[in-house]
Design a binder for this molecule. Structure first.
Ligand code: GDP
Ligand code: IMO
Ligand code: MG
Length: 423
């Protein structure tokens, strides 16, 4: 049986957490394949909102197993506080949460290095979440990292001290004005390592292989979005992992021919948090309305998200790179009340029109070209049937489906689990 994937097609925060939660009833295992606590995946049900950072979004379902794959980078402090915050839900983490021994650990010094790197970049900073993601993946590919499995060996502290020392050396090489707190709060870190040690630390690729053989259904949960992919995103304003479908092969140990459905999620408009090019960004009242109605504040950092119209050029690119088989459109409700809905269909770069996502999307030289469709006034948030959706909203959906050549199977009209329409 193949493994299905859910991944974001824009710059993250498309609503992956909500949809994974909605779909978990159909799966036995939810497996996160990349990223780390830079992610903030929001779920809402029974009038409560939950933001998950490292724990997969299937955790609230009684029968689901939730795996943190080898491609994820784990901050033990952040993971412990996430687990602690879920105590009222009586989730048995020792049974429901599985962690790959091959996942890499984020150390306190990785977070300091992240902050120092951003400071050194000055105006051209990435806008990192400062969770230590870049430095941890650098240590992974530089073959210096510490893996979850290492904490099971007696000499792991020697490894920790060696790497920390190296980090402090690197920090000295920066010409920084800001003072960093080098009091590493090691007590908190080591306590959280103790907590991690008590969880099920496994050879997760083997576990997935066996589960698959036994007929269990597996859903891979991506973090971030395709335009933040380290290769295909708006480099260097990207994250440090492979956020596209290939990242699931690497981050779970699943062969490409074992991937089944690839569910691509996008918002009915665009948002971006942090720096970097954003061709359809709005600086007018339309953008302000999207931000306000859509409550566009980062789930991890609380920063305001930049907003703009939907961008079909980049969406087509994401659909192709990921091999998306089904689309899910989120937050259509936010666009109610706009007289006209704009859809970017091509870019004008230095006077030349192009309809593909190029090497450089620096917005100084780029002008988005829009098609306009009529808007709708109806409130969508309590609609439960596709046939009850306003005519102009359905026209918008059909236009996008035709352009992207992939069906939109789910339309989300609010943050709650129940505000989900299956076509
Ligand atoms: P993720 O990182 O992809 O899981 O997305 P986030 O959780 O960071 O951001 C999505 C935000 O939109 C969250 O606050 C969700 O509760 C909210 N949300 C999800 N779907 C909808 C929707 O259809 N309508 C509205 N209004 N909000 C939604
Ligand atoms: P989810 O999974 C939106 C952005 C940061 C920054 C850049 C690099 O919730 O969709 P990093 O901390 O990785 O060094 O930051 O990537 N970013 C996200 N933006 N959603 C996310 O995750 C993000 N994770 C990282 O804002 O611009
Ligand atoms: Mg998010």
């Amino acid at each position: 049986m193949a493994i299905d994937l859910i991944l974001g097609l824009q710059w993250g925060d498309e609503g992956k957490g909500k949809i994974v939660d909605v779909l978990t009833d159909n799966y036995d295992i939810i497996a996160r394949f990349q990223g780390g606590p830079n992610a903030g995946h929001t779920l809402e049900f029974d009038g409560k909102k939950h933001v998950l950072h490292t724990i997969p979004s299937g955790i609230f379902h009684p029968n689901s197993l939730n795996l943190i794959g080898n491609g994820v980078v784990i901050d033990p402090i952040s993971l412990k506080s996430e687990i602690d915050s879920l105590v009222p839900y009586k989730i048995d983490f020792s049974k429901k949460l599985l962690i790959s021994k091959k996942a890499h650990l984020i150390l306190p010094t990785h977070k300091i290095l992240d902050a120092a790197s951003e400071e050194a970049k000055g105006k051209s900073k990435i806008g990192s979440t400062l969770k230590g993601i870049g430095p941890t993946y650098m240590d992974k590919t530089g073959r210096n990292g510490i893996r979850v499995g290492d904490i099971l060996s007696k000499n792991w502290k020697t490894k920790y001290l060696k790497l920390t020392k190296k980090h402090l050396g690197i920090l000295k090489s920066y010409n920084l004005t800001k003072k960093y707190d080098l009091n590493l709060n090691e007590n908190v870190f080591f306590k959280s390592i103790e907590k991690l040690r008590k969880l099920q630390l496994i050879d997760s690729e083997q576990f997935l292989m066996n589960s698959k053989k036994n007929g269990m259904k597996i859903l891979g949960e991506g973090a971030q979005g395709s335009l933040l992919d380290v290769d295909f995103g708006t480099y260097p304003f990207v994250t440090s992992s492979t956020t596209t479908a290939a990242g699931a092969c690497i981050g779970l140990g699943v062969a490409p021919n074992q991937i089944g459905e690839v569910f691509g999620i996008f918002k009915a408009y665009s948002t971006r948090v942090g720096s970097g090019p954003f061709p359809t960004e709005l600086f007018n009242s339309e953008g302000t309305i999207m931000a306000k109605v859509g409550n566009e504040y980062g789930s991890t950092t609380g920063r305001a998200r930049r907003c703009g119209w939907i961008d079909l050029v980049s969406l087509k690119y994401s659909v192709n790179i990921n091999g998306v088989t089904k689309l899910m459109m989120m937050k259509g409700d936010v666009l109610s009340g706009f007289k006209k809905i704009k859809i970017c269909t091509s870019y004008l770069i230095n006077g030349i029109e192009i309809d593909y996502f190029p090497y450089d999307t620096n917005t100084d030289n780029l002008k988005p070209i829009y098609k306009e469709l009529p808007g709708w006034d109806e409130d969508l948030t309590s609609i439960t049937k596709f046939s009850d959706l306003p005519k102009n909203f359905v026209k918008y959906i059909s236009f996008l489906e035709n352009a992207l050549e992939v069906p939109i199977e789910i339309v989300s009209v609010g943050p709650d689990r129940k505000q989900t329409i299956f076509k």
